[in-house]
Design a protein around this ligand. Structure first.
Ligand code: ME8
Length: 517
């Protein structure tokens, strides 16, 4: 099966923080999972570089918008590399920038198609606009604050009056509602689906899709005084990366996308405007839009503009790469908001990685090294089945399908706990003392086989550490996919193992040096 997954393309007004890393890691986990299930995966991310927000940020810094975009786009690329995103060589990974010619041509082609079909008209816009959100707001949506009118998101708004092209969004309300009805999985989670349905039921107005009062954008085909509204430009990235409007092999294989992953702040753009644009252009709609929650710090959304952002690099440096990926996926049910704290992170890492999975691997592998001559001990699949019982592959798949990463990881932690209980109950060290070497071998075999399965299953979330564990078990590179979970591919007794090394160290807060004598 072909599987196409996308992250939002991030604004280049600033550097990435863990909110961005969160979305991208979640997509990377799904991309790796599908690859391990045998799918042909395309994974797209990138940067959203036009618009007033970027233009304004550049002006404030005294640089050109292009220079700011170049610098920050590079930071987003580095963030992806740092978080091990899109690095699986079997995944078709792409990073698109909206200033690239391939995107500009494609976005203009989409515009022309919608215009040819009669869905674009020229008029003039008079109303409120929030640059921070790059969004139009109606008077009734605004809130009065001591500092003046604000968007419901808290962003400042300004009054805009200018000639503008409009997209006939008002004609799509019923079609969208019918689509949501017929495709109940199109918007997830359920709470977002309900929110979108009631928004559309409230009536849709035509949408202003061009601007004339600044110039940092893609020219409207045939009327270059106008530039395209940055959201139309940005959404088009999902098609331009596939080569639209050409009939490319990527278009044939990967459109419609299987999943657009977004934060809940931008669900309306993806679940209302984007499907309407696609309907207008006679293109099939994506199968699913999933809106996850926000990371907050002391209850406030983490964002650069609020000055409370945590840099992904800091966490990776302090806690380790896979530990950071694990924490982000495990801590909060995907879809809910989560409050970030170092304490929460240390607890997760120590209790589930170091003390549970790590300890299981370390105890088992060092006993095998010491007592079995560093070779996989004699045991059978039947022995192994008592180590961890009931690995439920279907449940794991269902949890991934629902983006329930916390449950997916939680089940694996449960398997590791079971194996740890088994080790304590069977006490292979005591069997050794009593000279029951055959029984000890069987127990260690069962444990090694449990670890093999745990490492295979956890690969999407922690690719580095799981591959280290699989290396320590001498599992061949070509036997690490989900199909290899089955007994047919169980460890072979007698295979020589490399010397064991700890994979999940315990995190100990460095003591603060208070100086002095
Ligand atoms: O909206 N918690 O870009 P953006 C969780 N360019 N996720 C967060 C987050 C937080 N505190 N902060 C950001 C844009 N995100 C547009 C998108 S797509 C065609 C155009 C994540 O740089 C989350 O995925 O503001 C959110 O939707 C996205 O970053 C917004 O990134």
């Amino acid at each position: 099966m072909n599987y196409f997954i996308t992250t939002p393309i991030y604004y280049v007004n600033d550097r990435p923080h863990i909110g961005h890393a969160y979305t991208s890691v979640a997509c990377d986990v799904l991309a790796r999972f599908h690859r391990l299930m045998g799918d042909n995966v395309k994974f797209l991310t990138g940067t959203d570089e036009h618009g007033q927000k970027v233009e304004k940020s550049a002006a404030a810094l005294g640089v050109t918008p292009k220079a700011l975009a170049d610098a920050n786009s590079q930071h987003f690329k580095e963030m992806a590399a740092l978080m091990n995103i899109g690095t699986d060589p079997h995944i078709n990974f792409d990073f698109i920038r909206t200033t690239e010619p391939r995107h500009v041509q494609s976005a203009q082609a989409l515009w022309k198609k919608m215009a040819d079909k009669g869905f674009i008209t020229l008029g003039s816009y008079a109303g409120w606009y929030a640059v921070r959100d790059e969004a139009y707001y109606q008077e009734g949506e605004l809130i009065d604050t001591p500092n003046g009118k604000r968007a419901p998101t808290g962003a400042e708004v300004e009054w805009v009056e200018e000639p503008s092209y409009f997209f006939k969004l008002s004609e799509f309300g019923d079609k969208l509602l019918a689509y949501y009805e017929q495709n109940p999985d199109f918007i997830a989670p359920e709470s977002r689906r309900n929110e979108i349905i009631s928004f559309v039921k409230g009536g849709l107005r035509d949408l202003s899709i061009s601007r004339t009062t600044f110039s940092w954008g893609i020219p409207v085909p045939g009327d270059e005084k106008h530039i395209m509204y940055v959201w139309l430009d940005a959404l088009a990235n999902y098609l331009s990366a596939l080569g639209y409007p050409e009939n490319t092999p990527d278009m044939a294989a990967f459109w419609p996308a299987n999943l657009h992953m977004v934060g809940k702040d931008i669900i309306r753009f993806h679940a209302v405007y984007w499907p309407a644009f696609l309907m207008a252009a006679d293109l099939p709609l994506p199968r699913r839009v999933f809106a996850h929650g926000w990371w907050t710090i002391e209850g406030e959304k983490m964002s650069k503009s609020l000055g409370n952002a945590v840099a992904p690099g800091e966490l990776v440096q302090d806690f380790g790469l896979d530990q950071t990926r694990y924490f982000l996926m495990r801590e909060v049910p995907f879809g809910n908001d989560g409050n970030f704290s170092r304490e929460g992170m240390i607890n997760r890492i120590n209790s589930e990685l170091a003390n549970n999975i790590g300890n299981l691997a370390q105890r088992t592998l060092s006993m095998i090294q010491k007592n079995c001559g560093g070779r996989i001990p004699n045991g059978t699949v039947a022995d192994a089945e008592v180590g961890i019982t009931g690995v439920d592959k279907d449940k794991l798949i269902q949890n991934m399908d629902k983006c329930a990463f916390d449950k997916y990881a939680g089940d694996i932690v449960k398997y590791a706990s079971q194996a740890n209980e088994y080790i304590d109950k069977k006490a292979p060290w005591a069997l050794k003392k009593q000279g029951e070497l055959e029984e000890m071998g069987k127990v260690l075999y069962a444990l090694a086989e449990s670890i093999r399965k745990i490492a295979i299953m956890i690969q999407p979330i922690m690719p580095h550490s799981s591959s280290k564990v699989l290396d320590l078990l001498a599992v061949p590179e070509n036997q690490r996919s989900f199909a290899h979970l089955s007994a047919e591919f169980a460890l072979l007794p007698g295979v020589v193992l490399p010397p064991p090394e700890p994979v999940f160290p315990r995190f100990v807060e460095k003591s603060v040096d208070l100086g002095g004598a």
